[in-house]
Design a protein around this ligand. Structure first.
Ligand code: UD1
Length: 345
């Protein structure tokens, strides 16, 4: 059984990926410092798969403890590196935290991997590296535009660090995955997104508003150059996204990769506006989402959606879930969170 280290494995995308890895027969070691996640996520994973993954509470910027962790779990075959800070606004306020956390953790891994004879890395990148693309849908060879936030820069620089390291040393192999907008939750509703405080992202704000936790959703702008005036994104079910990581790891383990570094867009190829998301959510779940049109949010891209055909062809992976099912899964998860809150009372 191949063994995979998942950093950030109790986070939103990380936890869904741990489930898919375990269900595909991989052994998993999770490293997470729980800075933006909860230890109870491990129980959610166990409920779904019947297996509680090995867990170490370590900050990936801590070289010494990461080294010890690799000693403790010999025979790791690959690393999927999710652990990173991801709040765009916070990154503008705390740039050094973002550069230190997101880049040092990656550099530590790259340094430690050859010492522990691990050559395969999957890296979480983002469609944010494209900025507002000149052509839509966006393909992997679209130019990288100057990032608007330190968060975005850490993804661009992270990609560069990987490419430079791999080209300097043919020991390594890497797959860079550029995520579009992951939403939804595992169909079991045992794991999902757990935003701390007021959510920045659209879907958790929508589900919390439908639940009555927030009074009203603000739709940031209806005067964009799009059919209904609101921004357009490529929303992808988090389980579809998670499955792509299993495929990417297997590709390197089976030595199927054509280049030492390969980069893939992970999206559905379908753009949806904010208002379409809100109205579809209301329709499929039979709930109201009170909203008002607000000013544009600074730094927002008008529209972006993926051309996923390279991933579809080369990885043999395709986003499967419908937007309706994705939005239903998001609501089931919010209902489950409400039930858990009630139980705790
Ligand atoms: C954001 C980040 C992106 C990051 C991703 C990961 C920016 C510019 N981009 O993507 O770099 O990888 O999160 O989490 O912040 N919206 C509302 N009301 C809300 C919240 C959002 O109308 O309360 C709208 C936004 O204007 C946007 C869409 O919903 O048009 C999606 O927003 P969000 O979920 O924050 O994702 P992105 O901004 O696409």
């Amino acid at each position: 059984m191949s063994k995979i280290l998942v950093t950030g494995g109790t986070g939103y995308i990380g936890s869904h990926t741990v489930v898919e890895l375990q269900q595909a027969g991989y052994g998993v070691v999770v490293v997470d410092n729980l800075s933006n996640s909860n230890i109870e996520v491990l129980s959610g994973i166990e409920k779904i798969t019947g297996i509680r993954p090995a867990f170490e509470n370590i900050d990936c910027t801590d070289y010494v403890n990461m080294d010890r962790m690799f000693e403790k779990y010999p025979g790791i075959d690959g690393v999927i590196h999710f652990a990173a800070s991801k709040a765009v606004g916070e990154s503008v306020e705390k740039p050094l935290h973002y550069y230190r956390n997101n880049l040092l953790s990656l550099m530590n891994l790259l340094q430690l991997m050859p010492i522990h004879k691990i050559s395969n890395l999957v890296f979480s990148s983002s469609c944010t590296v494209y900025g507002q693309p000149d052509k839509l849908p966006v393909t992997e060879d679209a130019p990288i535009k100057p990032a608007l936030s330190p968060y975005g820069k850490t993804k661009q620089i992270g990609e560069d660090i990987i490419r430079d390291t791999v080209f300097a040393n043919d020991f390594y192999k890497a797959v860079i995955l550029r995520y579009f907008n992951p939403i939804g939750a595992h169909p079991s509703a045992h794991i999902g997104e757990l935003p701390s405080g007021v959510p920045n992202n659209l879907l958790p704000f929508v589900t919390q508003t439908a639940m009555g936790i927030r009074k009203q959703l603000q739709v940031f702008g209806n005067d964009y150059n799009t059919p209904d005036g609101s921004c357009i994104r490529d929303y992808i079910h988090v389980v579809d996204l998670a499955r792509a990581h299993v495929v990417a790891v297997a590709r390197m383990l089976n030595k199927e990769n054509k280049e030492p570094v390969e980069t893939f867009n992970l999206g559905t190829g379908r753009g949806l506006s904010v208002l379409e998301v809100v109205h579809t959510f209301e329709k499929v779940n039979g709930v109201k989402v009170p909203y008002r049109i607000a000013d544009r949010r600074e730094g927002d891209i008008e529209q972006v959606w993926a051309d996923p055909s390279y991933a579809n062809e080369v990885l043999g992976w395709k986003a499967q879930e419908t937007v309706e099912e994705t939005l239903r899964s998001a609501w089931r998860w919010e209902l489950n969170l409400a039930r858990k809150r009630e139980e705790k009372k």
